[in-house]
Write a protein that binds this ligand. Structure first.
Ligand code: NAP
Length: 412
C-alpha cells in the first residue's frame, strides 16, 4: 500500500540537529480510534486555519494520513504497519489521535511501541490553565509548567516477569546466588534501568527548551533518597549536564542558596536548577505551584505527575503532549479513545488541538501556535464548551466537537 503523499508537499529536513521547515511541510497524521475520528476532523481544520491566518496563506500544512490502530488493522491486518513508522522517520514530525490498545496479539501498547521504535525519549507535557476552565483549585492560573518525562527507561522498560514464572524464579535465584539479595520466591519481578545516557539527553532537551522559552527554573524531580542508584543517580547526572554543558547559562540552588526566598529568586538572569523529592513535589505543586516552571523526571514519576497536574487545571480534556526524539517527534493528547462517545460528535478536541499548537511551535511557527492558544482562551472564556467542561460551568453554551472547532476558527 503506498501512501498518498500530497504532490505539492515539501519535506522537513534536519541540519546540525535542527529542523529545517519549508513553507508547506508534509506532516503525517494518525487519525486515532474511537473518538479520534471526530476529534481529528475538527482539529485538522482548526490547525490548518491557524496557519493560514497567521501567515496570510504563505504557509500551510500538507497532511499525509498514515495508519495505526483499528483502521490499520482493518486495512492491512497489522496494528502498526512498518510504513507508518517509516513515514514518521522520513518526515520527522507527526501528530496522532488516541489509539486502542489491542488486547492480546503480542503488542503491549501501540503508543509504547511507537515511542520505542522511533526512540522518542522525551515525553513533554505542558500544563497550564485556560481562562474559564472549571478547576478544583482557587487559583489555577498559578500553575504553568512543562514536564519532561523520560520515555524509554525506568520500570516502563517492560523488563518484568510474572510471579511463579520460570523467568522470575531464575531471576530470583540469580540475585540470591550472585548478589546475596533476598526476594520472596513467590514474587513477580521487574527491572528499573536508569542510565546516564537516557538521563542526560533528557536534561539537555529540557535546558534547551527552558532557554528557548524564557523559563527560569528547571527542577529535577526524583525519589533518590530511597532509590539511590537509579533515581538518585538520575538527579546527579542531570546536575552534571547543567554544570558541565550549560554552566554559563545555569546556576544551582545549592550555589545561590534558597535562603527561604522563593526558589529561583536570586538566580541572576540564569536558569536556576534545583531538585525536589517526588512526594514533596506533589505537595508543593498544589500549595506553591508558581515555584515550578520546567520539571525533569524519570518515567513513572512523570506519568503520575502529569495527570495530577492536569487535574489542577481542569483535567485530561485539555492535556496536550509530545513524544520527542532526535530524529522524530510525535504530538498527541494525553487522553485515550473514550470509546463510548465514538462518532457522537461530543468530546473535547482541545487536547489534540493544543498538541497541534505544540507541534507548530516545534516547527518554529510560534505565531500560529499563539493564535491557537489565544483563541482557545477566548472561546472557553465565553463559556462555549463541549460536554465535559460545560457540565461543570454555570451558564455554559454546550456544543459538539465540530461546532467547538468552528467557534475556535472564528476566534483565531
Ligand atoms: P480515556 O479514553 O481517556 O477515557 C476516560 C474518560 O475520560 C472518558 O470516559 C471521558 O470521561 C474522559 N475523556 C477522555 N477523553 C476525552 C475528551 N477528548 N473529551 C472529553 N472527555 C474525555 O481512557 P480509558 O477509557 O481508560 O481508555 C480507552 C482506550 O484508550 C483504551 O483502549 C486505552 O488503551 C486507550 N488509551 C490510549 C491512549 C493514547 O493513545 N495515547 C491513552 C490512554 C488510553 P467521562 O466518561 O467522564 O465523560
Amino acid at each position: 500500500m503506498s501512501l498518498p503523499v500530497p504532490s505539492d508537499g515539501q519535506p522537513i529536513t534536519i541540519r546540525d540537529g535542527r529542523l529545517v521547515v519549508p513553507d508547506r511541510p508534509v506532516i503525517p497524521f494518525i487519525e486515532g480510534d474511537g473518538t479520534g475520528r471526530d476529534i481529528w476532523r475538527a482539529s485538522s481544520r482548526v490547525l490548518s486555519a491557524a496557519v493560514e491566518k497567521a501567515y496570510a496563506g504563505r504557509r500551510s500544512i500538507a497532511w499525509l494520513e498514515v495508519l495505526a490502530g483499528e483502521k490499520a488493522f482493518k486495512a492491512t491486518g497489522t496494528w502498526l504497519p512498518d510504513e507508518t513508522l517509516e513515514a514518521i522517520r522520513r518526515w520527522h514530525v507527526a501528530i496522532k489521535g488516541p489509539l486502542t490498545t489491542p488486547i492480546g496479539g503480542g503488542i503491549r501498547s501501540l503508543n509504547v511501541t511507537l515511542r520505542q521504535a522511533l526512540d522518542l525519549y522525551a515525553c513533554v507535557r505542558p500544563v497550564r490553565w485556560f481562562n474559564g476552565v472549571p478547576s478544583p483549585m482557587k487559583e489555577p492560573q498559578r500553575l504553568d509548567i512543562v514536564i519532561f518525562r523520560e520515555n524509554t527507561e525506568d520500570v516502563y522498560a517492560g523488563i518484568e516477569w510474572p510471579a511463579g514464572s520460570p523467568e522470575a524464579k531464575k531471576f530470583i535465584e540469580f540475585v540470591k546466588r550472585e548478589l546475596g539479595a533476598t526476594i520472596r520466591p513467590d514474587s513477580g519481578v521487574g527491572v528499573k534501568p536508569i542510565s546516564p545516557f537516557g538521563t542526560k539527553r533528557l536534561m539537555r532537551m529540557a535546558l534547551k527548551y527552558a532557554a528557548a522559552h524564557g523559563r527560569t527554573r528547571v527542577t529535577i524531580m526524583h525519589k533518590g533518597n530511597i532509590m539511590k542508584y537509579t533515581e538518585g543517580a538520575f538527579r546527579q547526572w542531570a546536575y552534571d549536564v547543567a554544570k558541565d554543558e550549560f554552566g554559563a547559562s545555569t546556576v544551582t540552588e545549592e550555589a545561590v542558596g534558597s535562603g527561604g526566598t522563593p526558589a529561583g529568586a536570586s538566580a541572576d538572569g540564569k536558569i536556576l536548577v534545583n531538585d525536589r523529592i517526588a512526594d514533596i513535589t506533589f505537595q508543593h505543586l498544589l500549595l506553591r505551584p508558581d515555584e515550578f516552571e520546567v520539571i525533569v523526571t524519570p518515567n513513572l514519576n512523570g506519568d503520575y505527575l502529569s495527570d495530577a497536574a492536569a487535574a489542577q487545571v481542569g483535567g485530561l480534556g485539555l492535556a496536550p503532549g509530545a513524544n520527542i526524539g532526535d530524529e522524530a517527534a510525535v504530538f498527541e493528547a494525553t487522553h485515550g479513545t473514550a470509546p463510548k462517545y465514538a462518532d457522537r460528535d461530543m468530546v473535547n478536541p482541545c487536547a489534540v488541538i493544543l498538541s497541534g499548537a505544540m507541534m507548530l511551535e516545534h516547527l518554529g511557527w510560534g505565531e500560529a501556535a499563539a493564535r491557537l492558544t489565544a483563541a482557545l482562551d477566548r472561546t472557553i472564556g465565553e463559556r462555549i464548551a463541549t460536554y465535559d467542561l460545560a457540565r461543570q460551568m454555570a451558564g455554559a453554551r454546550q456544543v459538539g466537537t465540530a461546532a467547538f472547532g468552528d467557534a475556535l476558527i472564528e476566534r483565531l
